[in-house]
Ligand binder design. Structure first.
Ligand SMILES: [Zn+2]
Length: 296
């Protein structure tokens, strides 16, 4: 099944309800970076959350979300755009916390022991390049609840956000998310009822029972009406040979000169997607010439 995102509204409760599957995206992320289960779940929740924010934004653009942590996860970094392209990485891909009996039962793994203390910062950029940035301390450490906390504070809109990744034998079986936001005249009691049903593993349990996106939407909010054509989420990076070569300007003329002197091509990896690039000595010479010209 493809990773689909459905946007709907509930005319009765005056809620905006968005449901997304990101199973393939998180499988690709796990494979690209060689992630162990806890790292996969933490990154997957942030990828799904950023995708949900990007696709429900009032303006087209990109969403960058970063968790920086004094815990063992150290850093999670993702970005998403309105076309549904997602990418991201973590500085600690090896985390594999043992499961408690409760986690085994619910399928929802705790990641907070690896993320706390820390904070979450989110940058939202529109098509004109204007951006807003704000940060909050992690309050739960489970990532999806922290993004929810961020949204409530930054947008001042009553919000429920749940995102989860179900892993069996180190394989990602399912990744799913739901974002519910009240319209100005929204029914807040219904929103709270949804919170009780969806967070902390509730959404995952519903999705495992009803893995078809449209049916799942109906289970979450029976009067939901889809308001936009579905968007497919894909794991896609914006890196290219050209961008990698251009980024070598950051090294400065001295380091570049030394690398050219050494006569070996440079190996450069993309943090976001793990792609490996080779920059030839000729390409480095081109960058070096540009730098020297720029410095006059
Ligand atoms: Zn890349």
């Amino acid at each position: 099944m493809v990773d689909v995102c459905l946007r709907a509204t509930s005319p009765g409760a005056r809620l905006e309800v968005t449901v997304a599957f990101t199973t393939r995206v998180v499988q690709r992320a796990q494979a690209a970076h060689g992630l162990a289960p806890t790292s996969t779940v933490a990154l997957g929740r942030l990828l799904t959350s950023a995708g949900l924010i990007a696709l429900t934004a009032k303006q087209e653009g990109t969403v960058g979300a970063q968790v920086t942590s004094k815990g063992r996860i150290r850093q999670l970094m993702v970005d998403a755009n309105h076309q549904g392209h997602l990418r991201g990485y973590t500085r600690a891909g090896e985390l594999a916390f043992p499961l408690t009996p409760e986690e085994k039962l619910s399928g929802r793994r705790r990641v907070a022991p690896g993320t706390l203390p820390g904070h979450l910062s989110v940058v939202r950029r529109n098509a004109r390049g204007e951006y807003t940035q704000s940060a909050v301390d992690l309050v739960s450490g489970e990532v999806d609840r922290d993004v929810e906390h961020y949204l409530v504070h930054s947008d001042q809109v009553p919000t429920v956000l749940a995102a989860d990744v179900f892993i069996e034998d180190n394989d990602v079986v399912m990744s799913v998310g739901a974002l519910v936001q009240a319209m100005p005249d929204g029914d807040l009691a219904q929103l709270e009822a949804l919170r009780a049903r969806l967070v902390d593993g509730g959404l995952l349990a519903l999705a495992r029972e009803t893995p078809e996106p449209q049916q799942l939407l109906g289970v979450i909010q029976p009067d939901a009406e889809i308001v936009e054509a579905p968007v497919i989420f894909t794991w896609r990076c914006r890196c290219s040979q050209e961008r990698v070569v251009s980024s070598m300007q950051l090294l400065g003329p001295q380091d570049l000169a030394e690398m050219i002197e050494a006569g070996e091509p440079a190996q450069v990896g993309c943090d976001f997607c793990g792609a490996q690039y080779q920059v030839s000595v000729d390409e480095m010479r081109g960058v070096f010439r540009l730098l020297i010209q720029a410095e006059g």
